[in-house]
Design a protein around this ligand. Structure first.
Ligand code: FUB
Length: 323
């Protein structure tokens, strides 16, 4: 009889534990559960989130913007969002549109932002022409990298140079790392992946040429580089083959880099694009997902965030998408 009572008490205890965990607002690390996808606004489709924490201690996310049922990534403007709690987001966009550029009318793709010289800089890819997917030789599409400036992290941003930073090579997906007094630009560019450029002091041009980095002999097809520093290490992260998130580590922002492998699997055979930032002592991975939510066009892109954890040797623990 005593045995049966003990078994019942034990079973009730386990059931209560399971119920309380599943209703908990904390994850298995005791961190507040994150609300995904990010609540940026009804029917506002965002992708390619670049996150930064500026001097006011808030987190800012700069995104590209998918039109409803858009054709072939024809995208027109960029947004910024801010938050103090990763749950409630203020929409500051659009912060710039291709309509304000003299040199591009389309392809408002993955942007990044930087703070330097007391100003905020918005670095963005944009372009013109069309991609002929059936007869590629008939394609007229071109893309380049622009840079805009503002006194405020939320813009409005103004195109500072009235043109791209360069015309050749064709380039998109820029990321800027401000490291001490220097700002480094990384891009996804035709024949120029795994290159780095130093920005000039006034951030209006690159200082010298794009320079090839030593990637330790492994250079897969990639998009959207994102470079960050943690402790003694720099991390060069990317959507490898446009799909899985993988990374390299180095002790300098210019490499030589050592490949470390995957930290997020692909989902739905679709592209991903991410950024990584430390916020209130916790590392966060921002990325986008293709989800069928409230849409007539099937899966659309939505920005999301997950906690990122590191091993004692500095390597990144694999990240699972939260529901
Ligand atoms: O959002 C347009 C493009 O799709 C980005 O520039 C790529 O990184 C991919 O996410």
């Amino acid at each position: 009889m005593l045995n049966i009572v003990i078994k019942i008490i034990f079973t009730v205890f386990i059931v209560l534990m399971v119920i309380s965990c599943s209703h908990s607002d904390k994850d298995k690390h005791g961190l507040p559960k994150l609300i995904n996808p990010l609540q940026f606004g009804h029917k506002l489709r965002t992708a390619d989130p670049s996150a930064h924490v500026w001097n006011d201690g808030k987190i800012y996310v700069y995104t590209s913007h998918d039109q409803e049922c858009q054709e072939d990534f024809w995208m027109k403007d960029w947004y910024a969002f801010s938050s103090s709690d990763l749950t409630n987001w203020e929409n500051h966009g659009p912060i710039l549109s291709v309509d304000e550029l003299t040199w591009a009318d389309n392809y408002a793709w993955a942007p990044d932002a930087a703070y330097k010289n007391g100003k905020y800089y918005f670095v963005f890819p944009a372009g013109t022409g069309h991609k002929d997917r059936l007869v590629p030789k008939n394609s007229t599409k071109w893309m380049g990298i622009g840079i805009a400036e503002s006194d405020s992290p939320t813009g409005p941003f103004k195109d500072m140079i009235g043109g791209p930073l360069w015309e050749t090579p064709y380039a998109n997906d820029p990321a800027i790392l401000v490291d001490g007094d220097e700002a480094y630009l990384y891009v996804h560019a035709k024949g120029y992946d795994y290159h780095i450029a130093k920005m000039s002091e006034n951030m209006r041009s690159i200082d010298g040429e794009l320079t090839k980095m030593d990637m330790g002999g492994y250079e897969p097809k990639m998009e959207g580089p994102w470079v960050f520093k943690r402790g003694d290490y720099y991390y060069y992260t990317m959507p490898e083959n446009n799909r899985v998130l993988t990374y390299y580590m180095a002790t300098s922002p210019k490499g030589p880099w050592e490949y470390k492998g995957l930290f997020m699997e692909q989902e739905n055979e679709s592209n991903n694009h991410h950024s990584i930032v430390e916020y209130n002592g916790q590392w966060l991975l921002f990325y986008h997902r293709w989800l069928d939510i409230d849409s007539d066009c099937g899966r659309q892109r939505h920005s999301a965030v997950e906690y990122l954890h590191f091993n004692p040797d500095g390597t990144i623990k694999p990240v699972k998408r939260s529901e």
